[in-house]
Design a protein around this ligand. Sequence first.
Ligand code: HEC
Ligand code: HEC
Length: 315
Amino acid sequence: MQRPGPLLHLAVIALLVVPAMLLWGHPQEPARAATSGRRQTITLDEWTTSPAAARGRIVYDEYCGGCHGTAGEGDGIAARWLNPLPRNFQKGTFKFRSTPSGQLPTRDDLDHTISCGLTGSAMPGFPLMPSQERRDVVEFVLHLVTYGLARNEVEYLMDEEGVSLDAIRSENLAEIQEEMWAKVATTTTIPVPTAPPSTPELIARGKEIFDAQCIHCHGATGRGDGSSSYALRDWKDAEIRPRDFTTGVFRAGSTPDDLYLRLRTGLTGTPMPAIPGSADDIWAQVHYIMSLRDPTAATPWVPSGCGGLDPEEVR
Ligand code: HEC
Ligand code: HEC
C-alpha cells in the first residue's frame, strides 16, 4: 500500500490542532488573551513603564505568567485547572489588603502575598526570592493593574463617548495615566490596634456576633458548611466555599492581626463581606474563630503563609 504523503500528514495535523487552538488558544497565547487582544485599544507596551516595573516584568515572565498570564489576565497555561483561579491583575480586585474596601492594596500587601503565598490555594510563596526582585515584580503587578484600569477608561471613552483611539492617545492618555497611578499612591492603611488577650468573655461575645452574622455561610461549628455555603460564587462565577475554621489554616496569615484585617476589609471579589463594628467586636470574633481550631485536626497548625513573621526570617 502506498504510504500517506506529507500533505495528508499536514491535513491530519491541521484537523486535530486547529480546532484545539480555537477552543483553548495557542499554549503561549490562551484564548481569552487572544480575544481581548483583538479589541482595538491601548497596548500594554505603550503604557509607560518605570525601570523597576521593566525589571519586574522579567521576574514575572519567569515565575508568574504561567498562572497569571502574560498580560496578567489570570489566564496562564496552568489557570484552567485551578480553583480559585489566579488573580486577573487587570481587574484591580484584590482579596488580601490592609486598605479599605474599594482601594487597591499597598505595595507591602502585595509583597506579603508574594513572599508568603496564599495557603490553601495554588499561589506559592517566594520567601527565598531576593527582596529587590520581589519589589520589582510588585511594580510590574501594579503596572498591569493600572494598565487594566486605564484600558477600561479608554474603552469607555471610545464606546460611550465616541472618541477615537488616536484622539485618546494624543489628548487623554497622559491624564488617564496620572489618574490611575494616583489610585496606587493614595491608598490608606487600616490601623490595627493592639490585640487584647483572649478571654472566655471575649470569646463568648465573639460567638454571639458570629451566630448572628456568620453561621449561614461559615456554619454553626465554623466548618464552612452553613445553609448558604454550597450556593456561593466568586466574581468569576466559580464555586467558592467559606473557610473551615477548625483547620486553623487561613489563606493570608493566621495571626490575630492578619484576621483582624481580613474581617475589617472583607475579601473583595468573594461573598465574604467587610465586617462592621468596634475594634473590640472584631477582636472578639477573631478570638472566637481562633478558638474553633480543632487541636486533633489532621492539619497541624502552622502559621500559614508567613503568619505575620518577617519574610526575611522565614528564609
Ligand atoms: C501555580 C500558580 C501560580 C503562580 C506560579 C503564581 N500565582 Fe499568584 N495566585 C495564584 C492563585 C491561584 C491566586 C488566587 C488565590 C485566591 O484567590 O485566594 C493568586 C493570587 C495572587 C495575588 C492576589 C492576592 C490578593 O490579594 O488577591 C497576587 C498579588 C499574586 N498572586 C502575585 C503573584 C506573583 C507576583 C507571582 C510570581 C512571582 C505569582 N503570583 C505566581 C496562582 C499562582
Ligand atoms: C455570604 C457568606 C459569608 C458571610 C456572611 C461571612 N463569610 Fe467569611 N468567608 C466567606 C467565604 C466564601 C470565604 C472564603 C473566601 C475565599 O476563599 O477567598 C470566607 C472567608 C473568611 C475568613 C478567612 C480569611 C483567610 O485569610 O483565609 C474569615 C476569617 C472569615 N471568613 C470570617 C467571617 C466572619 C467572622 C463572618 C461574620 C461576621 C463572616 N466571615 C461572614 C463567606 C462568608
